[in-house]
Design a protein around this ligand. Structure first.
Ligand SMILES: [Zn+2]
Length: 264
């Protein structure tokens, strides 16, 4: 399953008016958890176009990348916990070329390929076992979530802390438990961390509902650039992330104005 698509925002002025930030010699545009970004922003941050859902230490990086979706018709059953701290990420199917024209959903998800090499499922399982056995630190995973074609959310940097197999409709699938960390994406995620009062993410279904309800625009000024999910009543004051009524789309300017007020 390819997550990439040609319906990618290409507007060169998407980042107009946005602060460029520098960190350790890397210059980029700030991104924060719960920010809506075009696919090309992922390409800018990662230096390539991730197309597969699971990318274990891809391109010799010291972290992994997963793409997820909870939209209707999404290929896998990924879940964000209600407290916004945990993702249960489903492993991936047998490659179509080995499925003999049958639906990949009817095969057990593979841990290895016919040539014996580990699949991404296998690599994630191995990393989670190393962690559980105390042999290695948890694998760092950056999570990007698809909202609609070309539109994504950055869900943050997670630790891979567990992996297991379970039965799902007559076959075996892998599940991976990812816990949100407060780790930042170097060179991209520094300036606006204050905006996230608590480090957690909004359940995927709520993200999609709010994006569609607010028509992909800031509810205050109609801007379509640098949108964030904003809590009307903040987490810290008991506001919920589970209910779309408590979430709205704000542009960066209005989100910052609001966090200024809350901070004072
Ligand atoms: Zn605005």
């Amino acid at each position: 399953m390819l997550y990439n698509n040609s319906n990618t925002t290409r507007s060169s002025d998407f980042f107009a008016g946005c602060d460029r930030i520098e960190s350790n010699g890397v210059t980029g545009y700030a991104v924060s958890v719960n920010e809506i970004i075009p696919y090309r922003k992922i390409e800018e941050i990662e230096g390539f176009r991730p197309e597969r859902g699971m990318n274990y230490k891809i391109k010799d990086k010291n972290y992994s990348i997963v793409l997820m979706s909870v939209a209707k018709g999404a290929p896998y059953k990924d879940k964000i916990s209600e407290d916004g701290k945990e993702i249960i990420y489903e492993g991936h199917n047998l490659n179509k070329r080995y499925c003999k024209n049958k639906n990949p959903n009817t095969f057990d998800q593979p841990v290895s390929l016919p040539n014996g090499k580990l699949t991404e499922n296998g690599k994630f399982m191995k990393a989670s076992h190393f962690f559980k056995d105390g042999l290695k630190e948890a694998e760092k995973i950056r999570v990007y979530q698809k909202i609609k074609p070309g539109m994504w959310t950055f869900n943050g940097v997670f630790n891979l802390v567990d992996g297991w197999e379970e039965k799902s409709e007559e076959r075996t699938v892998f599940k991976f438990k990812l816990l949100l960390t407060d780790e930042k994406v170097e060179g991209y995620q520094t300036v606006i961390d204050d905006m996230v009062q608590d480090n957690r993410i909004i359940p995927g279904e709520v993200q999609i509902e709010v994006f569609n309800r607010d028509k992909g625009k800031c509810v205050k000024c109609g801007s379509t650039d640098h949108l964030h999910y904003d809590h009307i009543i903040p987490f810290s004051k008991g506001g919920t992330s589970k209910d779309a009524k408590n979430i709205r789309l704000y542009c960066r300017r209005h989100n910052l104005e609001k966090s200024d007020k809350i901070g004072k």
